[in-house]
Design a protein around this ligand. Structure first.
Ligand SMILES: Cc1cc2nc3c(=O)[nH]c(=O)nc-3n(C[C@H](O)[C@H](O)[C@H](O)COP(=O)(O)O)c2cc1C
Length: 375
């Protein structure tokens, strides 16, 4: 692209352009990254959750990806404060969230989530169910208390994702994002470290992608053809930062091609620092490679606007502000299409308005105390 920044700032010129994802037009390139907040007692997102998302849409976030929200399977989650994407009351709460974001001028997709073998002792209604995963192995390599998924487990979970996607369309969301990242269930299948299956769902990268691809295909059949399906994935795992799904672009392509063929409309490539090259001999990041290999719109993420990666944020560390010139350079080269922002937006609901209004001097550093409220 060529950007002429006359009266508008360079950031606004680059980030204000609309983008089509299948049948959806997102008004600009700024995405709110999915962030678990634990403010939904009984799995029901209430008025505070609604206004939290709407505030960010009103300030210029083009696409909200909600916090991970559990699909309707007994082992999908463990916390009773994480919102659920099933159940009458829960979906009624979500419908109001979607309505509020739309009224504020934004678009919104729920991030559909099954945590798999990450599950430890759950709270009701997840208290008694076993943790399940491809091989009953946890991300740290231990066997824990879970079990390998049977054929009927696979069918039940595929069905739960499809039902959640259909519900999303029915109650007014603009698409869905499948959580295939960070060492949770779908990623446990993609990654050889947790997938030791000897049936059709384990083995080479294509076989390890089969479960996720079947979820994508079944979701695709359960929603309208133009309803966007976004797939989030990562190399790193919450419990293994240096883990990698793919050591080369060829290995990455083996994973992405079946997902694309199954009907993914856009990829969300999760990294902890967007400026790091993914493979040797190229400075493309993971989103850049994903776009090149799939020709689908891609979202980048990871320490946008901040210096200091988010893993340290969980242990209570803050992060100073960092400029976004490198990000804008990459978008100007069409390396990727959209940018997701996590902690900077959690900290400051006005972040998008400040970027689009060239008010960089007003940016706030990230303070982990922000996790304690839904401001
Ligand atoms: C409090 C918090 C909760 C998160 N929860 C999720 C989640 O539910 N799903 C997900 O895919 N990523 C989750 N992430 C990761 C973010 O989406 C994002 O990838 C990460 O924070 C890096 O972006 P940032 O550096 O802009 O914060 C979470 C991050 C934070 C800080």
């Amino acid at each position: 692209m060529t950007v002429t920044a006359s009266s508008t700032s360079r950031a606004a010129a680059i980030l204000s352009r609309p983008l089509a994802i299948n049948g959806l037009t997102v008004p600009n390139r700024i995405v709110m990254a999915p962030m678990t907040r634990l403010f939904s007692p009984g799995g029901v997102p209430g008025e505070d959750v609604r206004s939290y998302y709407a505030r960010r849409a009103a300030a210029g976030v083009g696409l909200v990806v909600t916090e991970g929200t559990y699909v309707g399977h007994e082992s999908a989650g463990q916390s009773n404060r994480v919102p659920r994407f099933h159940g009458e009351e829960q979906l009624a709460g979500w419908a109001q969230v979607a309505e509020a974001v739309h009224a504020a001028g934004g678009t919104i997709v729920p991030q559909l989530w099954h945590i798999g073998m990450v599950r430890k002792q759950g709270e009701p209604p997840y208290a008694d169910a076993p943790a399940v995963g491809p091989s009953g192995i946890r991300v740290d390599g231990t066997e824990g208390t879970g079990r390998a998924m049977t054929r009927s487990d696979l069918d039940d979970v595929i069905g739960a994702f499809a039902e959640a996607a259909a519900a999303a369309e029915r109650i007014g969301f603009d698409g869905i994002e499948l959580h295939g990242a960070h060492g949770y269930l779908l990623d446990q299948f993609l990654w050889a470290g947790t997938n030791r299956r000897t049936d059709a769902y384990g083995g080479d990268p294509v076989a390890r992608t089969k479960f996720a691809a079947e979820i994508v295909a079944t979701v695709r059949e359960s929603v309208s053809p133009d309803f966007p399906v976004i797939f989030r994935y990562s190399q790193w795992k919450q419990e293994a930062y240096d883990a990698r799904l793919a050591e080369s672009p060829q290995e990455l392509e083996a994973i992405l091609a079946p997902l694309t063929a199954a009907g993914v409309d856009a990829f969300h490539a999760s990294t902890r620092r967007y400026w790091l090259p993914e493979f040797e001999d190229s400075d493309l990041n993971l989103a850049g490679w994903t776009r090149k290999l799939t020709d689908r719109p891609t979202i980048t993420v990871g320490s946008v606007g901040l210096d200091g990666d988010f893993i340290r944020g969980f242990s209570g560390e803050g992060a100073p502000v960092r400029g976004i010139d490198n990000l804008l350079d990459r978008m100007e080269r069409d390396e990727f299409d959209m940018v997701a922002v996590g902690r900077a937006l959690l900290q400051d609901p006005q972040w998008a308005a400040k970027v689009l209004g060239d008010r960089f001097e007003e940016m706030k550093p990230y303070d982990a105390a922000a996790l304690k409220t839904l401001s």
